[in-house]
Write a protein that binds this ligand. Structure first.
Ligand SMILES: Cc1cc2nc3c(=O)[nH]c(=O)nc-3n(C[C@H](O)[C@H](O)[C@H](O)COP(=O)(O)OP(=O)(O)OC[C@H]3O[C@@H](n4cnc5c(N)ncnc54)[C@H](O)[C@@H]3O)c2cc1C
Length: 387
């Protein structure tokens, strides 16, 4: 088959990986189109370092994708995706209709603080750059009271990130000499941190929080927040706060929910090895994809998976077009978990293992911390230098 159109929706971690791998394998033999509302890629992990005050320049942690895609021979359409028809593999943006032979949906998760009444006014959304940066500035001024870190709903992207944020907050308070006067509490609907990664990782994180005197309040499903009284109302009880860092509810973007691809989880069920949806030639990868593991939990939302899935999908599409070998996503992944004080732990393993994910934990070390920071700068610098 010649001159196929491969349409990639989303230019985040998964979409960019898919499109560039496709360009590498099929070259200019077929048309590759990527649609995103933004022309820049922002590396989310840096939100953590905006909280700690180590990164404050947005431009340093962003890369322009339009030039990069142009150089790779990929057509970039900067526009809002409004409608997706998976049956005909056709999409509508604000300005055009595009019909494809293969459709890869990598639109990520949408953050909706407003799903919890009072939340937008009450807290800093640390999952967005501006919120993380503003929270980081506020953190420099707090010298007494109580900071709450509130995880509003599951699932949320990067299951380690709220805990990493908490450890960095604790470190800033300690370095400023005000830790004794500021309570730090985490509230989450989970019953332990990083559920899919298993008990060893969860226990390690709980122990590290306990060592630092961080309160950990599990099975707390927030119903509403009163920003005037600084009160959080949970299903089971209430809590007060002075400053609130928030991981808001995540949902699938509107065009994905409206096109019938989602199931009762609100996310898109896909084949665990090929990422194909129930529509032939239509794939969903990254945060949007819902993959149930053998223990009944779901594959976490993480950039490492979005990348590996993107490469799998790109190679399989290329293979169907007569180029290169196909591939299977086997559920391998890893995560560095920053603990403050220049230390990070690392969990690595296979999430498709039976009867449950098989994850090995590397204990906190300076090497892990360096590896995490090096990985983050390698990713963003390689995107910048290709421009
Ligand atoms: C604080 C933080 C730290 C993290 N740290 C890590 C980490 O250390 N390791 C790790 O593996 N993961 C980490 N993650 C998670 C990682 O960032 C996500 O899992 C990853 O970005 C998901 O990739 P994706 O391609 O599915 O979606 P995204 O990267 O979110 O990309 C989605 C793209 O779609 C575009 N889009 C959405 N809707 C539309 C529309 N209607 N029209 C046009 N364009 C649209 C968006 O503009 C965006 O560019 C972290 C996340 C956060 C918030």
């Amino acid at each position: 088959m010649r001159d196929a159109t491969i349409l990639v929706l989303g230019g985040g971690v998964g979409g960019l990986t898919t499109a560039s791998e496709l360009a590498r394998v099929v070259g200019s033999k077929h048309r590759i189109v990527l649609v995103d509302r933004r022309a820049e890629f922002h590396e989310c992990v840096n939100n953590l370092w905006a909280i700690s005050g180590d990164v404050t320049d947005y431009k340093a942690v962003c890369a322009d994708i339009s030039t990069l895609l142009g150089k790779l021979g990929i057509d970039f359409v900067r526009d809002e995706v409004r409608r997706i028809d998976p049956t005909s593999k056709t999409i509508e943006t604000d300005s055009e209709t595009i019909k494809a032979d293969y459709l890869v949906i990598a639109l990520g998760a949408k953050l909706v603080p407003g799903l919890v009444p009072g939340l937008p006014e009450a807290g800093y959304n640390i999952y967005e750059w501006e919120g993380a940066l503003s929270f980081g500035r506020r953190l420099k001024e707090i010298d007494r009271g109580k900071i709450g870190v509130l995880i509003a709903r599951t699932p949320f992207k990067c299951p380690a990130a709220p805990y990493e944020a908490t450890f960095l907050i604790e470190e800033v308070l300690r370095k400023r000499g005000v830790r004794e006067k500021v309570d730090l509490e985490v509230y989450t609907p989970e019953w332990q941190p990083m559920l899919s990664a298993g008990d060893e990782v969860g226990s390690m994180l709980m122990e590290e929080m306990s060592k630092r005197g961080i309160g950990y309040n599990t099975e707390r499903m927030v119903l509403k927040v009163n920003p005037h009284k600084n009160e959080i109302l949970f299903e089971v009880d209430e809590a007060e706060y002075d400053v609130l860092a928030v991981v808001p509810p995540h949902v699938a973007p509107n065009p994905v929910r409206e096109c019938g691809l989602t199931d009762s989880t609100g996310w898109v069920p896909v084949h665990p090895n090929t990422l194909e949806t129930r529509y032939r030639g239509v794939y969903t990868i990254g945060d949007l994809a819902s993959i149930k593991l053998h223990n009944g939990l779901f594959l976490p939302m993480a950039g490492v998976f979005a990348m590996a899935e993107g490469i799998t999908v790109a190679r399989n599409i290329a293979h169907q077009l007569g180029e290169g070998a196909g591939a299977e996503f086997g559920g391998d992944g890893f995560c560095y978990i920053e603990l403050g004080g220049g230390l990070a732990a690392m969990g690595q393993g296979n999430f498709y293992a039976r009867p449950a994910p098989k994850i090995t934990l590397r204990p906190p070390s300076k090497e892990n911390w360096l590896a995490k920071h090096e990985l983050a700068s390698t990713v963003i610098n390689s995107l910048k230098t290709q421009n």
